[in-house]
Design a protein around this ligand. Structure first.
Ligand code: SF4
Length: 221
């Protein structure tokens, strides 16, 4: 935010975020999760694999993986070495393979092989943190349990003056105070799509930006 700008009230931020939402909804009507999946289990696996890895790479890996592992039991029973080989190019393959096997075992033992719809149950699975659980609940079950904060969402939220924090947990809290809950799921997709299209990490293309007059970087100065 520009130096010297008066502190913006929560009420004002709430009004501004609604305008941002309206514009981004128009701009990115097809915004959605970039990971390929056809079931909650596939989305859970893809999200675990997406740590420190691009969505494109994950989609390449899961194309093969989902043919070999179709159920939670398949993940519980596959040999660690074979799984490591299958997911190797997603990086951190040893710990990710361990998480996937542990996840498969726990789903089999506690949830009849199904992915639970509760935050507490999800974050009790190996390799699943709050962010992964929010992705799964929001996109596989349409449950707005929280705003998913990745690097795009963090960067844009700071540029837009919706948070000052670098900490994803705090950013999530700041966003949840101003974004209506019904928009939590799509809000992160809109920011991610906008971050990829124009508000890039290295250089924001503000001259082309459809929300420029709503952004403290330029429009609100
Ligand atoms: S005006 Fe610039 S910094 Fe603000 S959202 Fe648009 S591209 Fe990003």
């Amino acid at each position: 935010m520009n130096a010297g700008m008066p502190r913006e009230s929560l009420e004002n931020k709430k009004k501004r975020v609604l305008k941002v939402i309206a514009r981004l909804r128009e701009e990115y009507p097809d915004a959605h999760c970039a990971l390929d999946y056809t079931s909650p289990l596939e989305l859970l696996v893809a999200t675990i694999l997406s740590a420190q890895c691009t969505d494109e790479r994950v989609n390449l890996v899961t194309k093969k993986l989902f043919k070999r592992c179709r159920t939670a039991r398949d993940y519980a029973e596959i040999q660690q070495e074979e799984l490591e080989e299958l997911i190797h190019s997603a990086g951190f393959y040893r710990s990710k393979a361990k998480s996937l096997k542990g996840m498969g075992l726990k789903l089999e033992e506690k949830h009849q092989g199904r992915v639970p719809k509760e935050m507490d149950e999800l974050i009790a699975l190996p390799g699943v943190g709050r962010k992964t659980a929010n992705v799964v609940l929001g996109n596989a079950f349409d449950i707005p349990s929280g705003v998913v904060v990745d690097t795009h969402v963090g960067r844009l939220s700071r540029r837009l003056g919706f948070t000052k924090s670098e900490n994803p947990v705090q950013i999530e809290k700041d966003l949840e105070k101003i974004v209506p809950q019904k928009n939590w799921i799509l809000f992160s997709h809109w920011l991610i799509w906008h971050g990829r299209a124009l508000c890039k990490a290295r250089k924001a293309q503000c001259a082309l930006c459809p929300i420029v007059e709503l952004c403290p970087q330029i429009g609100l100065s």
